[in-house]
Design a binder for this molecule. Structure first.
Ligand code: ATP
Ligand code: MG
Length: 443
């Protein structure tokens, strides 16, 4: 197994002082999967003060000294070194009441959540696999270390971590682990919104997100109760061949794994059960479901303590996901003006995924969507006008021409932009100014 030289050096310095030390957790798992780990954690039998003394000539930061973690900088490369520990009594289903340091690697590995995360490695000892983690990696299985019920009761965030690892690694949840996730799902209510949201974003960006969404809808509905009514909600529409949850899952999998886009896919039809009506042919319609879904998505994202940028981007996409407009420069400029160039590309991506989630015979084809993106890209590359930023006239020009500064000016500029978008006026300074003087200058 590959370890960076700095990690090898940290481990060997601890060993030379008589302690055990290993790379542990995610880095071992990812290495065995042939992935490059994002960071390397080291676990050691040295107690924190002992670790500090081993690295007394290096830069040591006491990042989590209470829990036994220090960060050592070796050639500026940060390595988290944590003492073997036992976590004691989780009275709040999330945090251990206290931690106890131990000299036993086995005790440390047994506090870890899943077998695939309970592997340790050093050059001296090789792989330490006390809970069958290697076999579970080979068989692509997420399995709790020890009794799943006990482990999820200790720390309910592990429920989300389990689903997240299954989604991101493309692994199956072992039967008892899966059953226990379902049984203990309500414990997620004891976990902070920030932690849940952070796991949720990773989960929905995983390669098996659709599968996890469908198979664990009840559990995910503890975070987002609005999801549950989508399950088994029949669409009663000729374009659809899946219930709303199944459709949502397909849309999710068909947008790129970027949190804002995946969140938009997850929530794009969240209001459908509230908007269903039937026409005389027995076909269902969902008038107004896009703006209502955007509104509900906003409530959900506020509850989950989403950052504003993500929330706004997601809600904008959802609000417009059902807007149909022709693939013509004029209509595309309108949309660019409404939602901005970044969201435009994402919106087309979402619309494409939305159609891919329906009966295949109604799919308009890749070219159909690519055409929108191409036309928009050309409008942007040609610096054509679709926002006040690229209007050939600005506030300063108006003031020079004798207009009074103030809020009225904003309205005048918007009216000019509107005329340009309508193609009533060319985006030329002289023409815009003439028009403004003729229509808006009060003498
Ligand atoms: P990634 O960094 O890719 O999210 P990871 O497995 O490295 O995955 P971290 O959150 O960085 O996850 O945690 C490092 C290790 O600490 C894990 O591999 C696991 O052994 C242990 N661990 C982390 N969180 C928990 C938890 N809530 N309960 C038990 N063990 C945990
Ligand atoms: Mg990690």
């Amino acid at each position: 197994m590959y370890l960076p030289n700095e990690v090898k050096k940290a481990i060997s310095m601890l060993e030379k002082s008589g302690y055990e030390a290993y790379a542990v957790g995610g880095c071992v798992r990812d290495s065995l999967l042939g992935k490059i780990p994002t960071d390397y954690d080291v676990t050691t039998s040295a107690f924190p003060e002992e670790t500090k003394s081993v690295f007394k000539n290096e830069h040591v930061i006491e990042t989590g000294i209470k829990h036994g973690t220090v960060t050592v900088l070796i050639n500026n490369y940060p390595i988290e070194i944590t003492t073997f520990r036992i976590d004691k009594n989780y009275s709040d289903n999330r945090h251990p009441d206290s931690v106890e340091f131990t000299r036993s690697l086995k005790e440390d590995l047994s506090r870890r959540d899943f077998t695939v995360n309970a592997l340790a490695y050093s050059e001296k000892t090789g792989l330490v696999d006390m809970f069958g983690g290697l076999s579970d990696i080979e068989h692509k299985i997420i399995r709790c270390v020890g009794s799943p019920d006990a482990r999820f009761e200790e720390d309910a965030l592990r429920i989300m971590r389990g689903l997240r690892f299954a989604s991101c690694l493309g692994f199956d949840l072992e039967e008892k682990t899966a059953a226990s996730i379902y049984k203990n799902r309500e414990l997620l209510k004891n976990v902070s919104a920030e932690r849940l949201f952070s796991e949720l974003k990773k989960l929905i960006c995983g390669k098996d997100a659709a599968k996890i969404l469908v198979e664990h809808a009840e559990t995910l509905s503890v975070l987002i109760p609005e999801l549950l009514p989508l399950k088994s909600f029949e669409q009663h529409h000729f374009r659809h061949d899946k219930d709303v949850l199944g459709h949502t899952a397909a849309v999710l999998q068909n947008v790129s794994p970027v949190p804002a886009l995946r969140l938009a896919a997850l929530l794009h039809d969240i209001a459908k059960p509230l908007c269903q009506s039937f026409d005389e042919n027995g076909t269902a319609h969902y008038f107004g479901h896009a703006p209502l879904s955007a509104q509900i998505a906003e409530e959900i994202l506020l509850r989950l303590k989403s950052d504003n940028e993500t929330k706004n981007a997601v809600c904008l996409l959802i609000r417009h996901h059902g807007d149909r407009f022709p693939a013509e420069p004029k209509a595309i400029k309108r949309m660019l003006s409404k939602i901005g160039p970044k969201s435009f590309d994402d919106l087309i991506t979402l619309m494409r995924a939305d159609d891919l989630g329906k009966r295949p015979e109604y799919y308009p084809g890749e070219e159909f969507f690519q055409n929108y993106k191409n036309i928009a890209a050309k409008i942007i590359a040609d610096e054509e006008c679709f926002s006040l930023k690229n209007l050939a006239l600005n506030g300063r020009d108006l003031i020079s021409a004798g207009f009074a500064p103030g809020p009225e000016m904003g309205r005048i500029l918007s009216a000019l932009l509107e005329a340009v978008l309508e193609e009533d006026l060319p985006n030329q300074k002289e023409k815009l100014l003439d028009y403004a003087i003729k229509n808006f200058l009060q003498r």
